[in-house]
Design a protein around this ligand. Structure first.
Ligand code: HEC
Length: 182
């Protein structure tokens, strides 16, 4: 029937358009989310390292970006049909969904904690925002104890320490679930 032929033709055109338009829009969106997170993390790190002038509003905006792009939002950006080449998302994400989602939620909790701190951030950087501050654990190996304390209660960790924990989650996920593509 002529009608069927028209439908078939338009379907063929639609898929040709998708192919010509390049990457899946979901893939393109998640890659730009990831780039925004990288820029946000770099901004915050730069302010703590003194490479960038501290600015409370910029800190708040960057931490807000990390919060908005992690947790459920990150999970939603990786539906099964979009995994594998040509994207940088490994097919293993589907086989290890619970691990992938746990990482996304873990970084989401850290990012929310950081964003809440950033919302109350003072006009200039204070010592208690820095990595080497935080409650003294009493005697001996302070360095050994602090990371564990921060894991148990991220809200007590200084902002700089939270950033480092966030960056660890970026790397953990990438080493397991991201692949190099040409
Ligand atoms: C739960 C897993 C997960 C977490 C957490 C995660 N990423 Fe990613 N990231 C990925 C995957 C998977 C890709 C590959 C995506 C693709 O190519 O479709 C990726 C890609 C990227 C890219 C490359 C984007 C591009 O242009 O192709 C950058 C940059 C990046 N991530 C930065 C970060 C930063 C910074 C963080 C932490 C603040 C982070 N990611 C946290 C899984 C994660």
């Amino acid at each position: 029937m002529k009608w069927t032929a028209v439908v078939m033709l338009s379907l063929a055109c639609a898929s040709a358009v998708v192919a010509a338009a390049g990457p899946d829009p979901i893939v393109a969106t998640r890659q730009s989310s990831m780039k925004e997170m990288a820029a946000a993390a770099k901004t915050i790190a730069g302010m703590f390292d003194g490479k960038l002038a501290y600015d409370a509003a910029a800190f708040k905006a960057a931490a807000g970006t990390l919060r908005a792009r992690t947790g459920p939002a990150l999970i939603a950006e990786f539906p099964s049909a979009t995994l594998g080449a040509p994207s940088g998302a490994r097919l293993e994400i589907d086989q290890a969904r619970s691990e992938f989602e746990a990482l996304a939620r873990h970084i989401g909790t850290l990012a929310s904690t950081l964003a809440a701190k950033a919302e109350r951030a003072p006009a200039s950087i204070t010592d208690d925002m820095r990595m080497d501050s935080g409650p003294a654990m009493g005697g001996g190996s302070l360095l050994g104890k602090r990371p564990a304390a921060a894991e148990a209660d991220p809200a007590k960790a200084p902002a700089e320490h939270l950033l480092h924990l966030i960056l660890q989650d970026c790397s953990s996920c990438h080493s397991k679930f991201r692949q190099k593509v040409l």
